[in-house]
Design a protein around this ligand. Structure first.
Ligand code: NAI
Length: 328
């Protein structure tokens, strides 16, 4: 089995290389992002392995099919960047459904603690020996209300963490999980009553831009908004407007951004930032933007590599192992 990795980073090689050797698979790591320009590189391989910011649009899928690719191994959970219609009946797409919900939930809590207690600003001040704490005052999380949107694997891990902080939890899910001991409310009530809102649902036509001008209007003054899910859950333009209103937004943590695909995961420090929304976002002292790293723990990377290689084996053996997004 010959597998071509697109968008491969040094940390991917650490986890995938030994496993591939053990399984006798030939892996080629390419740092180039998968898109219409690079898809042709797949010729001669049995499968390709892609990540969240690769572009698997219709043309790319068709080119992969022409190149003889039998399957796409997504080394991530989400697949909103894949044109499923184009792939249907022609090639298999497998993913890693749930590798470490705790990794993402713990990161979401880290975001809350950072923007609330302003450790990101304290870090910068102390490096300049500025010991003044003026402007760094936060709020207790104890007894605050957190609204969890999406109570799947990550949402549930987040609920467990927030319980430890003594917070009140409101939950919303399109498909409430009756076995969970949590108070489900309508989305509007969650928006109205939460001190902190944390997004843990997938990006779909229903959820796109759920945080927008209208929903921001009904939120409490001083609300905190955390997004470790997908950028397009938030209409960034509307969030920027709300951030400009004094006292409206307490803090924002964004591990994802609606225009992240061609920006994140690369060193752009020597370039002029042409994305005006991102450039503006990072100027707010109460906004923390990170480069889609919520999943990035040792445990999660190990699990992603393990399941992706299991998926490769299932693909090779023509066996369904439950991780197919679509079967060919
Ligand atoms: P999951 O599939 O276990 O849970 C998602 C939940 O959202 C389900 O309970 C589902 O019913 C619910 N849901 C679906 N549509 C909804 C809607 N319109 N409104 C409210 N709830 C809705 O997924 P999991 O593993 O908990 O992941 C959640 C999201 O986290 C993923 O879709 C992905 O976008 C994001 N993610 C981010 C990572 C990061 O590194 N920042 C890493 C992994 C996932």
């Amino acid at each position: 089995m010959k597998i071509l990795f697109f968008n491969a980073k040094p940390y991917d090689k650490i986890w995938f290389k030994p496993l591939a050797e053990q399984m006798n698979y030939q892996i080629k790591f390419r740092s180039v992002r998968l898109d219409e320009d690079s898809a042709g590189l797949a010729k001669g391989y049995d499968a390709i392995c892609a990540f969240v910011n690769d572009d698997l649009n219709k043309n790319v899928i068709n080119e992969l099919i022409d190149a003889g690719i039998k399957g796409i191994l997504m080394r991530c959970a989400g697949y909103n960047n894949v044109d499923l219609e184009a792939a249907k009946g022609k090639l298999k797409i497998l993913r890693v459904p749930g590798y470490s919900p705790e990794a993402v939930a713990e990161f979401a809590m880290a975001q809350i603690l950072t923007v609330n207690r302003q450790t990101h600003r304290a870090y910068v001040r102390i490096r300049d020996f500025n010991m003044n704490i003026n402007g760094l005052m936060g709020e207790n999380l104890y007894k605050k209300t957190i609204g969890i949107v999406g109570t799947g694997r990550i949402g549930q891990a987040m609920i467990r963490i927030c319980r430890g902080f003594g917070m009140k939890i409101l939950a919303y899910d399109l498909y409430p999980n009756e076995s969970l001991d949590v108070e489900y409310v309508k989305l509007e009530q969650l928006f109205r009553e939460s001190d902190i809102i944390s997004l843990h649902c997938p990006l779909t036509d229903d959820s796109r831009y759920m945080i927008n001008e209208d929903s921001l209007k009904i939120m409490k003054d001083g609300v905190y908004i955390m997004n470790t899910s997908r950028g397009e859950l938030i209409r960034t333009e509307d969030l920027l407007e709300a951030l400009r209103v004094p006292g409206k937004i307490g803090g924002v943590g964004l591990d994802v951004y609606e225009e992240e695909e061609e920006l994140f995961y690369e060193d752009r420090s020597n370039e002029i930032m042409t994305d005006d929304m991102l450039a503006r976002l990072v100027t707010f002292p109460n906004v923390l933007v990170t480069s889609h790293q919520g999943y990035f723990t040792k445990e999660a990377m190990q699990e992603i590599a393990h399941v992706t290689m299991e998926n490769a084996k299932a693909l090779e053996e023509g066996r369904d192992n439950g991780n197919e997004v679509i079967s060919s």
